[in-house]
Design a protein. Structure first.
Length: 121
């Protein structure tokens, strides 16, 4: 897994077009402070081919998660938000411009670090 650094967030979101119209495949709680999210998304670095991307959130301080059985109903048409503020990463479903209102999302995670790995579709 590769760490996602604060300086790389903008290019990461641009590469995957902020995950607009992606598909949430699973949310796995590894421990109280580690969660893995698996998505199917288009990768602009690969000619917009579909890939599987796994995000691992570590040092979670707050989260609101969706049950795996309900993931097919999650609307990803607005993509995701990924913000670094107050020394933590904040991930949320839908488009948010600040970490303060991200708790309005149907699914969000606040963590100290994020790692990712790319896989086949």
């Amino acid at each position: 897994m590769k760490p996602l650094l604060k300086k790389d967030i903008e290019s990461f979101l641009k590469r995957f077009e902020s995950f607009v119209d992606s598909e949430l495949r699973s949310i796995n709680i590894i421990s109280p402070s580690i969660v893995k999210i698996t998505l199917a998304t288009q990768d602009s670095a690969r000619g917009f081919d579909w890939i599987t991307l796994e995000l691992e959130f570590n040092g979670i301080s707050d989260a609101k998660l969706v049950e795996n059985s309900k993931l097919v109903h999650v609307d990803m048409s607005d993509g995701v938000s990924l913000i670094f503020a107050d020394n933590q990463f904040t991930f949320a479903i839908s488009c948010y411009n600040s970490a303060s209102n991200i708790t309005n999302s149907i699914c969000y995670i606040k963590a100290t670090s994020i790692k990712y790995i790319e896989g086949l579709f």
